[in-house]
Structure formats: C-alpha cells, structure tokens
Write a protein that binds this ligand. Structure first.
Ligand code: ZN
Length: 129
C-alpha cells in the first residue's frame, strides 16, 4: 500500500509537470502569435532610417513585408538600418547587424530606444567598423 501511495504521488507530480510545460508552451505560442498580429508591425509604416555608410537620415515608408536593411534610394545599396536613439547623449545611430539594441555603442548607456520620425533633427553618430 505504501508503495502504491508513493507511485500515485509520483504520478501526480508528473501530471503537474506536464501541465506546467503545456502552460509554458501555450504562453510562448500566445506571446509569439500576439507579436505577429501586432497591428503596428503588420502594416506599412513611416520609419526613420540611417545609412550605415554615409550616416544620412531617411524618412521612408517601410512596407510590412520588407526586412532590414532597406535599399538606400540614392546609392541603391542595402545600407539603411532602423535609427536608434541614445537618450543620454541625444544622438542617433543605425541599428545595424553589428550593433546591440540594448546599449549605446558610444557611451554604453542602457538608455537606448527606437527613434521615431520626431527625432529626425538629432545628430547621427556612426560606429567606426
Ligand atoms: Zn550614448
């Protein structure tokens, strides 16, 4: 009898573990789906982009199915990246594949965010690569 009771406890533990795993998977799936169906990301939108070579700023419409980097309309090269802003230095920099979006490459401040077209007038800094 003692053995049966231990087995049933193990079974309960296993069932709880499975439920927890299913909940976690469900939550992750819901989260990913929620991100995909975010209306802000699933339509064309106006973006502030920076050319990683010239440092020139562009405000253009990024179509919902376009991926970074975008084609620079002047040079025809794929060097346009989303603009990030360092709130500490009040500067913009392109969020290239080599840039971390978590901290500023110049002052290491964590106060970094996606720049909007309203920040167009700020100075651009480029990482020397
Ligand atoms: Zn900075």
């Amino acid at each position: 009898m003692a053995r049966d009771s231990r087995d049933s406890k193990e079974t309960v533990k296993a069932v709880i573990a499975i439920i927890v795993i299913l909940l976690a998977v469900g939550f992750i799936a819901f989260f990913i789906h929620g991100k995909r169906s975010n209306p802000a990301l699933s339509r064309d939108r106006e973006v502030l982009a920076i050319d990683s070579i010239t440092g020139k700023k562009y405000i253009l419409i990024k179509k919902k199915d376009e991926e970074w980097p975008l084609i620079n309309p002047d040079t025809k090269t794929d060097t346009l990246w989303p603009a990030l802003i360092c709130y500490k230095e009040k500067i913009l920099f392109p969020n290239t594949a080599n840039t971390s979006a978590m901290s500023c490459p110049f002052c290491s401040s964590g106060g970094v965010g996606a720049a909007t077209v309203n920040e167009e007038d700020l100075e651009v800094k480029l990482v020397q690569e």
